[in-house]
Design a protein around this ligand. Structure first.
Ligand code: G3P
Length: 222
């Protein structure tokens, strides 16, 4: 994924139920085309394949399990994500945590399927720890700021700066995203100035009355 990147997690908001996931993905694609900014979307699992087959921007799963095809009822395997035309997956989101050992296995399984992985973390220490597994990205998000109106870049800039250092120390090829409360262009600019290579965000776009304008505002200073 080209950086700086803006990754929009649709979560399970009712605003993206059913066909509205594709509508929002097409809006994100329109902004990507008009601005040239790298934008990826993470629709709910039940819409993943439909969205991935109908947009050109990268589509990522919100979660993946360390399971192989076969007897795995209800689990989400790397192989089914690859077959859906999605390009990769979030892992260990603060709303869908995995055990450390499962993160390691899932990153490796995703890599063998040609999928990108973005491992979410809640601290500098956990960012450094998961970077040893060499995912494509680590996304640091202090849980207490998620869904709020104060950006991590204002509330705790040190966590972004220090997570960049921790990740690069573990594996210089891993890129850091940050998220939580990112709602405006100035927040994205601050994230990049702190050393992040993009942002992971949700409510600022998904719950906006005008997602097109909100996303334009978010990317305007990149
Ligand atoms: O996955 C992104 C997320 O956890 C941040 O959410 O609503 O604070 O942008 P939000």
């Amino acid at each position: 994924m080209r950086t700086p990147a803006v990754v929009v997690n649709f979560k399970a908001y009712s605003e993206v139920d059913g066909p509205r996931s594709l509508d929002l993905a097409l809006t994100c694609q329109k902004v990507a085309e008009e601005t040239g900014v790298s934008i990826a979307v993470c629709p709910p699992m039940v819409e993943l394949s439909h969205v991935a087959r109908n947009v050109q921007i990268p589509v990522l799963s919100q979660h993946c399990d360390p399971r192989r095809p076969g007897s795995a009822t209800g689990w989400v395997t790397p192989s089914m994500i690859a077959a859906s035309s999605a390009k990769g997956t979030l892992l260990n989101h603060s709303e869908h945590r995995l055990m450390l050992i499962d993160i390691q296995d899932t990153v490796a399984m995703c890599r063998s399927q040609g999928l990108w992985s973005i491992v979410c973390t809640d601290s500098v220490a956990s960012s450094g720890a998961v970077a040893f597994y060499s995912p494509d990205f680590v996304a640091v998000e202090p849980p207490e700021l998620i869904g709020g109106d104060i950006s991590v870049t204002d509330a705790n800039p040190d966590v972004v700066r220090d997570a960049v250092d921790a990740v690069k120390k573990a594996d210089p090829s891993v890129r850091l995203l940050c998220g939580a409360g990112v709602k405006a262009g100035k927040d994205v600019k601050a994230a990049l100035e702190l050393g992040a290579e993009g942002v992971l965000l949700a409510s600022g776009v998904v719950k906006s009355k005008d997602p097109y304008q909100s996303l334009l505002d978010l990317v305007k200073l990149i």
